[in-house]
Write a protein that binds this ligand. Structure first.
Ligand code: ADP
Length: 183
């Protein structure tokens, strides 16, 4: 691709947007991001502000967790957006929407969304990454369910997320009582 074309801005290189709820971010998401960094120069994690989904964490809380986890990875940026994804993507210099696929059950929804986004912006492609075998069963929804019932989710989400979940569900936090976002 020529320099200066969409998605290859002089400063950013090849950019992918990874949109989703990230309520909260899991190692499944993180695995997709890390593998995408082998292909792209930057990945923007774009948290959708969609109150209809009745999120557990506010957009600010979700953003803080993502930023804290990737604080030493300048190739990963975090942002939030409202409204249509294609409108948000148009404001960036991303070339691709990145999504993960865990099972055939994800496929139908993802296929419809990708097709709709392509019909709204014919230049925009969606790239799917298969989940890794270690995380195919991990979803934010099941993590929240298990954590709410007091089950262990260590190893499936970063430690800082484990602690935030425990705080949300008023479960005992093992280490310090007051924990900053980035420890
Ligand atoms: P959304 O509400 O948009 O589906 P999610 O945060 O649940 O947002 O997921 C964002 C993207 O990450 C989706 O493409 C989803 O399929 C993918 N994803 C979620 N969990 C995993 C996982 N364990 N492995 C691979 N991809 C995943």
């Amino acid at each position: 691709m020529e320099k200066g074309k969409k998605g290859e801005g002089k400063d950013m290189g090849k950019v992918a947007i990874y949109p989703g709820s990230f309520d909260p971010i899991t190692y499944g998401h993180i695995d997709v991001v890390e593998r995408a960094l082998e292909i792209f120069d930057k990945v923007i994690i774009a948290i959708a502000e969609n109150e209809e989904k009745r999120p557990l964490f506010s957009v600010e809380e979700r953003l803080q967790m993502v930023k804290a986890f990737f604080k030493d990875t300048p190739k990963v940026l975090a942002d939030s957006f409202k409204g249509l994804l294609v409108d948000y993507v148009a404001k960036t210099n991303a070339i691709v929407i990145l999504r993960g696929l865990r099972a055939t059950s994800d496929f139908e929804y993802e296929f419809h969304m990708a097709s709709m986004n392509r019909s709204l912006n014919t230049h925009l492609d969606t790239l799917f990454m298969m989940t890794s075998k270690d995380y195919f069963f991990v979803s934010s929804r099941t993590i929240k369910e298990v954590a709410r019932l007091g089950g262990g989710v260590e190893g499936l989400v970063p430690d800082l997320v484990v602690r935030r979940l425990k705080e949300k569900f008023k479960l005992p936090v093992t280490k310090k009582k007051q924990i900053g976002w980035d420890d």
